[in-house]
Design a protein around this ligand. Structure first.
Ligand SMILES: [Zn+2]
Ligand SMILES: [Zn+2]
Length: 387
């Protein structure tokens, strides 16, 4: 069987590589993946497998039913791109100006298209069902959550879900695994600091929100060192600051934006509560006021350790023990596959594509040399889970 899968993976590799490059050239933002969804459906159509789609969600779910009864396993790929202007000379660089596959989702989609094709070819030998999910909007506003709330997976008792993510910090040909918490919870914030506008030369008659903002930005970093357990990571990044119109005018307000990342529920709740209290307090102490809006984002991604053991055993077979890397630290990035793992058993793992520029940078490009390993991993995870 292993031999047969390897042969099929090699046979389909040129087509899968072409698909990856097509996707790279035609990236679409979260919730706008119309052409991408059409491309995926067109690729899958000749396989003669059941496709479940919804018009508005832009998700595609491919179902491979084995001829014999057995368990059901899910594989998931994300399909969206980012609002980044690509800087590259690649012949297949983005044609959608200002939009770019900078997180490797073009690779994830191509890998799962290839794996679906291999699994469809093997359906007569399957005991159970394999569900391949092509999910929109991972980067923005949780397509995963919407997908799980839809009826696309209705009627299946899914025993486990697996997903991979591109990792430029591991060499191509390696697989990274992480037990327990692998990625952080996200809470984005928007803060408006209200002061009182006035002449820059007469600050006594004004309340300066720019000065308050400076204190706020410094003060919130104290939460990271003083308001969490030393062993529990937390990150607060203020990434946007907007205010003012002229060099001689104190503005009426300043807006800040950014993100809070935590791994544990308790730390998350405390950070969010203290963040709001601290900013309101600082603003008041200077005579101003603050509105703090927190938008709860993705939960932390927590792998099921038994499923990580399973991923590890398969990775060792495919790439060899020396190329399976146990990652020591969780990433403070977020990932909406976390929602799947709140509902189902399963695991996410890292697919090495390095050396490569960092994720979300304007020169990132998924390494096509990793496609075969990705296909082998996804196909074997599904088949061995059914065994
Ligand atoms: Zn990303
Ligand atoms: Zn990503």
């Amino acid at each position: 069987m292993q031999q047969k899968i390897r042969l099929l993976a090699r046979e389909y590799l040129p087509e899968v590589t072409a698909a990856r490059r097509h996707l790279h050239q035609h990236p679409e933002l979260s919730w706008q993946e119309k052409e991408t969804a059409a491309f995926i459906r067109k690729f899958l159509a000749p396989l003669n497998i059941e496709l479940r789609i919804t018009g508005d969600l832009l998700a595609t779910v491919a179902i491979i039913r084995g001829v014999k009864p057995g368990p059901t396993v899910g594989l998931r790929a994300d399909i969206d791109a980012l609002p980044i202007a690509e800087k590259s000379e690649l012949p297949y660089r983005s044609q959608n100006i200002g939009c770019m596959h900078a997180c490797g989702h073009d690779g994830h989609t191509a890998v799962l298209l290839g794996a679906t094709k291999i699994l469809a070819e093997l359906r007569h030998e399957l005991h159970g069902n394999i569900i391949c999910v092509f999910q929109p909007a991972e980067e923005h506003n949780g397509g995963g959550k919407a997908l799980l709330a839809s009826n696309l997976l209705h009627g299946f008792d899914i025993g486990a879900f697996f997903a991979l993510h591109t990792w430029p910090y591991l060499p191509v040909g390696t697989i990274g695994i992480k037990r327990g918490t692998m990625m952080s919870a996200i809470d984005d914030f928007e803060v408006v600091i209200h002061g009182k506008a006035g002449h820059a030369a007469h600050p006594l008659a004004a309340i300066d929100p720019v000065l308050i903002a400076a204190h706020v930005i410094t003060a919130v970093q104290s939460l990271v060192t003083r308001e969490r357990h030393g062993a529990e990571p937390a990150v607060i990044s203020v990434t946007m600051i907007h205010g003012g119109t002229a060099d001689n005018v104190i503005p009426a307000e300043v807006r800040l934006g950014g993100t809070i990342r935590t791994l544990q529920t308790e730390t998350r709740e405390r950070m969010n509560r203290r963040f709001t209290e601290l900013i309101e307090g600082v603003a008041q102490s200077f005579g101003g006021s603050a509105e703090v809006k927190l938008a709860p984002g993705y939960p932390a991604l927590v792998n099921d350790d038994r499923m990580v053991d399973f991923v590890e055993s398969i990775a060792k077979e495919i790439v060899g023990s020396s190329k399976v890397v146990e990652l020591k630290e969780p990433s403070m990035g977020g990932e909406d596959f976390a929602y799947y793992l709140q509902k189902y058993s399963g695991a996410m793992f890292r697919l090495g594509v390095g050396p490569a520029p960092s994720l979300h940078s304007d020169t990132f490009n998924f390494n096509d040399e990793a496609l075969e390993t990705g296909m082998m991993m996804m196909t074997n995870l599904a088949l061995k889970f059914l065994d």
